[in-house]
Design a protein around this ligand. Structure first.
Ligand code: NAP
Length: 249
């Protein structure tokens, strides 16, 4: 028996990186998957084909998670196409690193909108159908940077810390409706977002700080999301699970 048989999942920002690994992992476990992206049309089409080849229903939606109206349209379209939403993974995110002295208001706003407002936008849309169905799992992608902070990442850290507070609040608001809401806090994961760390001269300095002595893979994070999406975590809500090789304890 697959862990997500007959479930419908929505994953934001899945054309590459962690989101793509989550979409694939969920499909392998039997879920039908609707996923979003912003600009990578070809990658999104390729993922849609890969998911469909796994024998599930899958559809890519070009939809900006930072724009409320777009998420409203997205969720209406997904419900029409898939009939229900059991799982929502708010994964879309960006980083615009700069020391505060040089951080412009526009850079601040962009990170807040894509990383934090998007989580409000999507969660607000999915809770109605989940409440009706009396079941749901919402998974928000935070970061260890939201717990530890990091010089040059004040906007990113603030957005990811905000996700943790939001997650705990939604868990409290909707627990009685059997809707769970949890966050995942990845450490350094090998994706486009961190390629400058891995390939740079400082890579070994980062690895020295990680007890498991390696960067994580997108699949490491997808496995945690699978646990949180499935009934294996039926008594887990309001939590932030760090998946960081021990970087943050
Ligand atoms: P990534 O490789 O840069 O991929 C980002 C994904 O998000 C892409 O699919 C991109 O779509 C999509 N996206 C960006 N802005 C969007 C928007 N406004 N609306 C919808 N989709 C949007 O990033 P990643 O490393 O996989 O990170 C995924 C999540 O994990 C992010 O929230 C990130 O903050 C978090 N995280 C990552 C790490 C890490 O080390 N990589 C660590 C901690 C937390 P397009 O391809 O179409 O642009």
């Amino acid at each position: 028996m697959k862990l997500l048989e007959n479930k419908v999942a929505v994953v934001t920002g899945a054309s590459r990186g962690i989101g793509e690994a989550i979409a694939l992992k969920f499909a392998e476990q039997g879920a039908n998957v609707a996923f979003t992206y912003l600009s990578s049309d070809e990658k999104a089409k390729a993922l849609e084909a890969k998911l469909t080849a796994l024998g599930v229903k899958a559809k890519a939606y070009k939809s900006n998670a930072a724009v409320y109206e777009e998420t409203e349209t997205l969720i209406a379209d997904v419900l029409k196409e898939f009939g229900k939403i059991d799982i929502c993974v708010n994964n879309a995110g960006i980083s615009k690193d700069n020391l505060l002295l040089r951080l412009s208001p526009d850079q601040w706003d962009e990170v807040m909108d894509v990383n934090l407002k998007s989580v409000y936008n999507m969660t607000k849309q999915v809770i109605r159908p989940m409440m009706k169905a009396k079941t749901g799992s919402i998974i928000n992608m935070s970061s260890v940077i939201g717990i530890m902070g990091n010089a040059g990442q004040s906007s990113y850290a603030a957005s990811k810390a905000g996700i943790i507070g939001f997650t705990k609040s939604i868990a409290q608001e909707l627990g009685s409706r059997n809707i769970r809401c949890n966050a995942v806090a990845p450490g350094f994961i090998e994706t486009d977002m961190t390629s400058y760390l891995k390939d740079g001269e400082g890579a070994s300095a980062y690895i020295q700080q990680i007890p498991l002595a390696r960067f994580g893979t997108p699949e490491d994070i997808a496995n945690v999301c699978l646990f949180l999406a499935s009934d294996m975590s039926s008594y887990v809500t309001g939590q932030t699970i760090s998946a960081c090789g021990g970087l943050c304890m």
